[in-house]
Write a protein that binds this ligand. Structure first.
Ligand code: 13P
Ligand code: SF4
Length: 335
């Protein structure tokens, strides 16, 4: 029997949410959304979070199908962790400019120049890249991952230069960095940060470590221009935690602007202002409510939305991804 596929989008959130919930239940699916998704997607998802939290939820979920509202490498990471589950993404073209800055062949060539090195990859990489590295990390555990390595280890960090430089600064480790960047976060500049701080000098400051202004924010703290307790360089998930304790303050936010929806929900008394309101990731915004509904409704077109990872690549990438979801407490790599 052919199922009737509706194409129109309900005009109000409640009917959209009802339809998503009933379709997800029928397919035994869980809907995950990254903090940069559009508000309707965040509000309808079973879980909203940062890259690490969503990877952990995907790995632990008992649902048959994971619908990943985020970008492709995130859905691929869920598939690496759960190769026997169906992983769907509402738009398979939702890529990532940062993940595109390095290929598996480039990793292999870099390793050949540093045969003793331990290679740490940010989760924002393809499955093929993950298959060539020792460990993955996200912005919330990059420091702990590097601290778990032997003191004298030679470390290669890829692909994000700003995150890698931040980790090197915090850990004091000597790390060779790949020169990749995310076009959205690199566009949140020291000049933009200074201008916002001049306009609102008493603000709290939340900065994602991928940002072009990360070093400038830390310099302002070190030079005493911003008290240390008012500035935090953290993942989007930790931004939500800080927001909860921000009282009625004015908070400057340096990351993709989609996070502001979660921050306002976490603390309606505070005001949140983007350091760069143009910091919008066009890939994250490719996941629309219409596409989520089509992905759930079109049961006979699963392959159109399905994320696949070659079994051999997936099993080689798994050890690096498992290290990523395990470390965040106090485990030591290699012990
Ligand atoms: P989080 O680690 O905070 O999820 O940020 C990752 C990111 O920038 C998504 O692409
Ligand atoms: Fe990639 Fe940057 Fe978009 Fe995150 S915000 S998905 S790092 S392009």
């Amino acid at each position: 029997m052919t199922e009737t596929v509706q194409t129109e989008l309900p005009t109000d959130f409640d009917s959209f949410a009802r339809e998503v919930r009933s379709l997800a239940q029928r397919r035994n699916a869980i809907v995950l959304a990254h903090n940069y998704q559009v508000p309707w997607i965040q509000d309808v998802a079973d879980h909203v979070g940062d890259s690490l939290a969503l990877s952990r939820i995907a790995a632990a979920s008992e649902a048959e199908t994971i619908v990943f509202c985020g970008v492709h490498f995130m859905a691929e990471t869920a598939k690496i962790l759960s190769p026997d589950k169906t992983v769907l993404i509402p738009d398979p073209n939702a890529g990532c400019s940062l993940a595109d800055t390095i290929t598996a062949e480039q990793v292999v060539a870099w390793k050949r120049e540093h045969p003793q090195a331990i290679v740490v990859a940010y989760v924002n990489t393809s499955a093929a890249v993950k298959a060539e590295v020792d460990l993955c990390c996200t912005s919330s555990n990059a420091v702990e991952i590097v601290e778990s390595l032997p003191e004298d280890a030679e470390i290669l960090f890829l692909p994000d230069y700003f995150l890698g430089a931040h980790v090197a600064r915090v850990t004091g480790r000597k790390i060779s960095l790949w020169m990749g960047e995310c076009h959205v976060h690199a566009g949140i500049t020291p000049v933009a940060l200074r201008a916002r701080l001049e306009a609102s000098p008493d603000s709290q400051l939340l900065v994602h470590p991928e940002c072009g202004c990360t070093s400038a924010a830390l310099y302002l703290v070190e030079s005493g221009e911003i008290p240390a307790e008012r500035a935090h360089v953290v993942s989007t998930g930790s931004m939500v935690d800080y927001a909860k304790g921000a009282g009625d303050s004015h908070v400057l936010v340096a990351t993709e602007t989609g996070i502001i929806h979660q921050l306002k929900a976490a603390n309606p008394r505070a005001t949140f202002e983007a350091v760069n309101p143009a910091a919008v990731c066009r890939y994250m915004k490719m996941i629309t409510p219409e596409k989520l509904l089509s992905c759930l409704r079109e049961t006979e077109l699963t392959e159109k939305y399905e994320v696949t990872v070659d079994r051999e690549i997936g099993s080689r990438a798994l050890k690096a991804v498992e290290a990523m979801i395990a470390i965040g407490n106090s485990s030591k790599f290699g012990e």
